[in-house]
Design a binder for this molecule. Structure first.
Ligand code: NAP
Length: 229
């Protein structure tokens, strides 16, 4: 049975990943900050193929504990999904060091530490794929409107991490993908967003499953189109 690990699995795109991998017959390791209060996730876990794991991605001890719990566990798809928009640091005039560092910690440092902690688990799986949920606003070439200072940079740096990991981990057969999920109706995307979580996540899983080693380290939209760096 194939296994997916999802971070930020309790709501939004993360919860939808859990649902869709389950419906494909996969086993899901669903990581979230507060398992006891993850009501929707706990309902899904009644299915039996979901294991809920505690993970606050800003807490290095929590990342280390996750690694210890998962020793020897193969992970076919590692989905680095947990993220924040960091609206406090979106425009000139409202940026503070403490808010900046929180966004970088969650969106950039945590995915790198999780790759470092779990790449052996991915290497021991059949599908060997790491997916980072990035954003189109990470694209420097596509930045026509400015603002979103901390979010844009945190996701651009995430992209760079995924490219480095593609180079460093190809020797194990591991592939990485940075993917823009589209503008999606979640707490982050809001009700006016263009796509449903179902549309976005089914596209992302399709891209992850069809990724070749030659395409590893690419930056794509959930529908498979490319985005300039
Ligand atoms: N929605 C969009 O239109 C859109 C567009 C481009 C990219 N994205 C990216 O897609 C990913 C998912 O976004 P979403 O729309 O599903 O957002 P969301 O509905 O706001 O959900 C964010 C998830 O991240 C988790 N998270 C935040 N901080 C965390 C921490 N310190 N430790 C562990 N988990 C943490 C949240 O957990 P809690 O419930 O505990 O806070 C929640 O599960 C993000 O990386 C986002 O940047 C989204």
């Amino acid at each position: 049975m194939s296994v997916a690990l999802i971070t930020g699995a309790n709501r939004g795109l993360g919860l939808e990943f859990v649902q869709q991998y389950l419906s494909k017959g996969w086993r899901v390791l669903a990581a979230c900050r507060d398992p006891e209060n993850a009501t929707s996730l706990n309902k899904l876990a009644q299915n039996g193929n979901v294991e809920i794991l505690q993970l606050d991605v800003t807490d290095e001890t929590s990342i280390n504990q996750l690694g210890a719990v998962l020793t020897g566990q193969a992970i076919d798809h590692l989905v680095l999904n947990a993220g924040v928009l960091g609206t406090e640091c979106s425009t000139l005039g409202n940026m503070t060091q403490v808010n900046w560092l929180e966004v970088l910690n969650i969106n950039t440092v945590a995915p790198a530490l999780l790759i470092q902690m779990l790449y052996n688990n991915v290497a021991s799986s059949e599908h060997k794929t790491i997916v980072g949920i990035s954003s189109r606003v990470a694209s420097i070439g596509d930045n026509g409107s400015g603002n979103m200072y901390s979010y844009r940079t945190s996701k651009a740096a995430l992209n760079q991490i995924l490219v480095s990991a593609a180079r460093n981990l190809s020797q194990y057969g591991i592939k990485t993908l940075a993917v823009h999920p589209g503008w999606v109706k979640t707490d982050m995307g809001g009700e006016d967003a263009t796509f449903t979580p179902q549309q976005s996540v089914s596209g992302i899983i399709h891209q992850a499953q069809s990724l070749t080693l030659e395409q590893s380290g690419s930056f794509k939209v959930f529908d498979g189109s490319n985005i300039e760096w």
